[in-house]
Design a protein. Structure first.
Length: 299
């Protein structure tokens, strides 16, 4: 197995055709075809199937892609190290994120990545915490924001995110400095479905209580609008709260309920320049205080 073969394989996977791969590599199409034939012979497996619409990877091809990509990336790092040049991360980074992370940090993180690494192309995929973990294990994304701990995944701690009670602005409890889970258990409750539901239920369970769920709501904005309309109370992570709120009151919980967020990575990609760039940018941003600004109710 040769570096040129891996480079051809990665180029085809990224560009979709042998012709585009040859153009990207600056070689002839026959050279690309020869490289793939040699790679498949060396591995004893068919990596891709060609048809009129382009190229589709086989199961073996999908399994081989990330290790091949790592080989190509590492070879480039060696070349740059010999020349004394620092590699600028480039390529495609597929990020799994949840709605409960996206409201505050994600836009700033995307801007940070664009400024620091202009040659890096980011693809976002939104899902629940469980889905993101599954995507990481199944190679559906390269990196993901997940709650910790996560068995079977390489992770790096990112930040702690506190959960807050959300009530209609004219609710009898709205002027309290803080609320307990026991007080919320007496109220109609709007359950946020997805990434934080398990944590919310665990908070009630720790107090020996069950929430009186009147509605289950997946979209955070819809949930906040329902709270503002007086349909119930809820518990939402600080990061999920938009800076401009509808007419709701946000109160801390006593005792505090905190979730630990981390960056989930696949073990074979955790040392890649692209992943290292994301981790560095995300951790730098998490240390700043502007994402902790208090939301303002819309009048």
């Amino acid at each position: 197995m040769k570096l040129a073969q891996c480079a051809a394989f990665v180029a085809i996977a990224d560009t979709g055709t042998f012709t585009n791969a040859a153009r990207a590599l600056g070689v002839s199409q026959s050279a690309v075809s020869h490289a793939i034939a040699g790679l498949e012979a060396d591995l004893g497996a068919t990596l891709m199937v060609r048809d009129r619409s382009g190229v589709e990877l086989t199961d073996a091809g999908r399994r081989a892609l990330e290790p091949a990509r790592a080989v190509v990336a590492q070879a480039e790092r060696v070349r740059l190290a010999v020349r004394g040049v620092r590699a600028e991360p480039e390529g495609v980074l597929r990020i799994g994120t949840s709605q409960s992370f996206a409201a505050r940090l994600l836009p700033a993180l995307m801007s940070e990545l664009q400024v620091r690494y202009p040659r890096l192309l980011v693809e976002l995929r939104e899902g629940s915490d469980m889905q993101i973990a599954q995507w990481l294990r199944g190679h559906g994304v390269d990196i993901g924001i997940v709650s910790l701990p996560k068995r079977g995944l390489a992770t790096a701690p990112l930040l702690q995110d506190e959960m807050f009670a959300v009530l209609p602005v004219h609710h009898p409890l709205a002027l309290r400095p803080e609320l307990t889970i026991r007080e919320l258990a007496r109220e109609p409750f709007l359950m946020p479905v997805g990434g934080v539901e398990a944590m919310v239920r665990a908070a009630f369970g720790t107090a020996g209580l069950e929430p009186t769920v009147s509605h289950q709501v997946r979209d955070i904005n819809a949930l906040l609008a329902m709270v503002a309309a007086g349909l119930g109370t809820s518990v939402i992570p600080w990061l999920a709260l938009p800076l401009a709120l509808p007419e709701v009151r946000v109160l801390p919980l006593a005792p505090a309920v905190v979730r630990h967020l981390g960056i989930g990575m696949r073990p074979e990609t955790r040392d890649s320049p692209v992943v290292e760039a994301f981790v560095h940018a995300a951790r730098s941003l998490a240390l700043r205080s502007d994402w902790r600004r208090v939301p303002v109710a819309v009048q």
